[in-house]
Design a protein around this ligand. Sequence first.
Ligand SMILES: C[S@@+](CC[C@H](N)C(=O)[O-])C[C@H]1O[C@@H](n2cnc3c(N)ncnc32)[C@H](O)[C@@H]1O
Length: 250
Amino acid sequence: MRKREVGHTFLARIGKKRLRPGGKKATEWLISQGNFSSDTNVLEVACNMGTTMIDLVKRYDCRVTGVDVDKHALAKAKKNIEKHHLEEKVTVVQANAMKLPFPDHSFDVVINEAMLTMLPNEAKEKAMKEYYRVLKKGGKLLTHDVMLTKSDEVVVDQLRQAINVRVQPLTQQDWQQRLEASFQHTSVISGPMTLLSPIGMIRDEGIIGAVRIIKNALKKENRPMFLQMFRLFRSKKDVLHFIAICSEKK
Ligand SMILES: C[S@@+](CC[C@H](N)C(=O)[O-])C[C@H]1O[C@@H](n2cnc3c(N)ncnc32)[C@H](O)[C@@H]1O
């Protein structure tokens, strides 16, 4: 029997390219806050297969460095970068968000989607300190995570079981307070999670992509995990939201 995968590895295997709670809509909002240009030096933490890095370079011709702890995801990112002939603009490095292998004041923008939620709160703080350290003064931190509309340990437990990760999502106030401890909070949006909603899937993956994902999801070996996630997100849609925050280094 296949070892139970973590949620994002499962979703990537069945064809999902955007593995974040608020999907493309939240990412687009973050990008609109980043003042991207061809001069922007970007770090993407938790880049996974490289979807956002490739999009940023195509749109802005900026330089991007991507890090992730998962070497299989990085191998996929390298393939995708080669497929788009972007090797000169994008570099990937296996590294942990809590110990980034870059000097202080290196980047104009750090983007980090759907990862801090996965870390215990102490580890979140370590990662945030690293983002602060590697950002230039005035640099932007763009984060996107799961947000609880109210504290609810039962739902958090159900989420942990469904995605097989000991996630620790926070309320809006808690996310903002943690970031504002070192960053200047500038702007925030939040809303219902769209990761597996029909409209979110179509917006994130296109109609053909969404149909392919659903076909894979309904295969016998994938159906139980997909349905557990899908049903939880739908039944707890009032509690499980996304949050995107643009913060600035003072
Ligand atoms: C839910 S996926 C999100 C991937 C991508 N950012 C996206 O939005 O599609 C979480 C990613 O975080 C990575 N990750 C988890 N803990 C990490 C850490 N401490 N440092 C760097 N990457 C980490 C995982 O390997 C995975 O690729």
